[in-house]
Ligand binder design. Sequence first.
Ligand SMILES: *Cc1c(COP(=O)(O)O)cnc(C)c1O
Length: 408
Amino acid sequence: MKNRGYYGNYGGAFLPEILVATFDELEAEFEKIKSDPSFWREYETLMATYSCRPTPLTHAENLTRELGGAKIYIKREDLNHTGAHKANNVMGQGLLVKRMGKKRVIAETGAGQHGVATATMAAKFGFECTIYMGEVDVVRQRPNVFWMEQMGATVVPVKDGTRILKDAINEAFRDWVTHMDTTHYVLGTACGPHPFPEMVSYFQSIIGKEAREQMLAQEGRLPKRVYACVGGGSNAMGIFSGFFDDPVELVGVEAGGHGLDSGMHAARLCSDDASPGIAQGYKTYFLQDADGQMKETHSISAGLDYVGVSPILSDLYESGKVRFESATDREVVDALKLTMRKEGIIPALESSHAFARAFKEAGTLSPADAIIINQSGRGDKDIFTVADAVEDPKWKEFIKGKAEEYHA
Ligand SMILES: *Cc1c(COP(=O)(O)O)cnc(C)c1O
């Protein structure tokens, strides 16, 4: 254990001895690219030619009119390759792996989005790719598993524990310990041992850099507030970091699930159900009981359903630099419906948390204020969940028909 990589009281790198040298190497390579302006240029060029960057900042005129108050802008991370901000992180790490001369990448995935993003990166760079996924998630997320395999990745169903994301993370670390020389672990969010929280935030900072410039160019002023959903915290860190030196209020929105009193949510920084602890190699707020046993979490969106949170956000929470709120499953579906209807945009259920909170607050602001909502991803992937939630009868018929086709 080393006393480094702390963000205030949080973070660190609590590692088994055998991984220390690998993390040292990673940290050294990361420091090198950070101080090399040619790396960031290469990264921007790659993202411009492979992932539609810069993504637009869209003025949501109809939502603004509907809600009254602040002028609403949406940062469109949904228009990235594979449909979310996750591309920023995996492509950045891909370039880093190339520089390190490694030939194999591994990753953990829960909902499968990070697995798909990593598999695209590996295909593009010609890396061998293994994705660890809880056995339960493999069954639940068949479409994503299908695409990962089509792109050449090996998907390993993890049969340990409760067979979900945290078990997949443990298995990925086990793999890494045995293949450190050839393999890089592409962690999916701004969590885990140092330097991952800082490194993932660094790649995601492209969102905030663009958003700030676009806001000044399109609106001639800074936003009053910026909203982002918070799972592990990477899209939030990405957009917030563009405004850390500005008088802009930053609002992180966590999964309120069935409500903060229900015990069925994934709110770490705005509920009383979480407390600081050390797990999975780093210190942060975890949803845990008094004995340090991790609690069950719930969210309508798989991407926000996580017991830990970025240690950098835990620090920003304690210092008061970011305000944390939550949105319930119901509020999220309402916000998604309104956004589809008024703007013809389909935010991911994760992103819809940020929309829900922004909608609640927009009317209390003045038309002289502008706000930005970070749309971390697109909602196409959520069709099964959303169609259930809105109880669309024609969709039910379609699913029944498909099932009958296969049984015939
Ligand atoms: C994965 C995901 C998230 C949650 O991850 P963060 O690290 O908190 O950004 C949010 N939105 C979308 C669309 C995702 O795919």
